[in-house]
Design a protein around this ligand. Sequence first.
Ligand SMILES: Cc1cc2nc3c(=O)[nH]c(=O)nc-3n(C[C@H](O)[C@H](O)[C@H](O)COP(=O)(O)OP(=O)(O)OC[C@H]3O[C@@H](n4cnc5c(N)ncnc54)[C@H](O)[C@@H]3O)c2cc1C
Length: 481
Amino acid sequence: MRTTTHDVLIAGAGPTGLMLAAELALAGVDAAIVERKPTQARAGGRAGGLHARTLELLDQRGIVDRFLAAGKTHPRVSFHVPLDISDFPTRHNYLLALAQEKTEKLLAGWADELNVRIYRDCEVAGSACGADGVDVATTQGDMLRAGWLVGCDGGRSTVRKLAGIGFPGWDASTSWIIAEVRMTEKPVLGFHEDASGRHAMSLMEDGETVGVVLAGRDPRATGAPTLDELAAGLKTIYGTDFGVHAPTWLSRFSDATRQADAYRKGRILLAGDAAHIHPPLGGQGLNLGVQDAVNLGWKLAQVVKGVSPAAVLDTYQAERHPAAARVLRNTIAQGVLRRPDDRTPVLGEFVAEMLAMDEPRKRFGAMIAGLDITYATDADQPLVGRRMPDLDIATADGPTRVYALLRDARPVLLDFGGAVDVAGGRVKRVGARSADMCELPCVGTVPLPRAVLIRPDGYVAWAGDGAAQGLRDAMHTWFGA
Ligand SMILES: Cc1cc2nc3c(=O)[nH]c(=O)nc-3n(C[C@H](O)[C@H](O)[C@H](O)COP(=O)(O)OP(=O)(O)OC[C@H]3O[C@@H](n4cnc5c(N)ncnc54)[C@H](O)[C@@H]3O)c2cc1C
């Protein structure tokens, strides 16, 4: 039997796997994807948008314009009520409405430009992890070998199960049917609320297919619903089944909320839905997966290239597990606020009243947009652990902005006259001038330090005057320099 070898194998060409593969390829690592489906064709309607932090990450790689051109921006995100984020200090102070299949196609196109190999119609069925690599068997009978295997294979992750990683959490308390169908009667477009929950119908792009979401279904239901089950649900809720027929998609989702208890076991890692699932309130799941991928990509690339020890991968779990745990909790809270009983709406009124105030709006808006993430809570410098703002800067090569320096996913030492006396090594060193202050979401205006060390994912590893030992330590810890 033929065995093909790669540095990294990724199970799943969803948004997480595609982003991770591209990040690894950008860093010069041979990463390949094994994807069960034969094509990247649409698999029903799922994520409807990209949040500000995800757009910033795409901007850092120079590809955000492709996404902006394909979608439509909206100034509001949602936590129980719409929250205006148009005054947020980011170039992407909006939600980009963009269907998941379009996001996936654009990511697949980028991965293709970077020569990522995708084994399509190929399903991971078994894996054996040794001291120096992982053997992967597919249901098609192929054998693949890689230094590392990353499960980006969704909520029912085979990789997670093969690795024996636990997935504790909350069982479903309710579920929804989601479908795309034709109707002989006129659909009732928009939301419809009753004692079983909030249902919805919308007309799809072709002007004929109707997207249907029915709430309050059996939490124990498994497998795809039948057309008869959908018709019966419509009849109970709307009094008619609308002559529903010709389904192009029938599925269900629930409020089950779970998180992997380890993001890494030996040479196997998890990212995206394989590592965490939650109800789709606030539209955060895809965004979380893409952000996992960008956090993991450069670290894994450094380990593959021998720049960093495998211990740097422990920071992936240390940083991304809490970030996802927070999203899980905010979706649970939003789910509770939607419970269809007489008293819960009273709580919802108070939450809405609170969120109409400026400070809570900013905090909750930044949380949903992913702009409030802090990876180092004990740092004296407010920038450390936070996303670097995309400042306009003047350099010896002319005016530019910070994110333009991150296109090739290399670490950057920005020297604002800090007399930085440390040799750069792998770190790109850029002398720059900028305003003295910068504004951070949720934090406000802070002084700009004289030197800033930025990781390839755009988070600040170190900030200060450059002379301190701290810079040398940070360069060594993060970039093996
Ligand atoms: C109704 C609904 C609405 C949603 N709305 C939003 C939203 O508005 N915003 C948002 O951010 N998120 C939303 N989400 C969540 C979002 O769809 C997911 O978080 C996202 O798809 C996760 O991406 P992923 O790449 O981690 O996993 P997936 O998208 O599940 O991709 C996993 C891939 O792995 C492949 N695969 C699986 N098993 C194997 C195997 N053994 N071998 C090889 N390949 C395999 C699959 O075919 C698939 O292509 C929504 C979800 C639902 C259900």
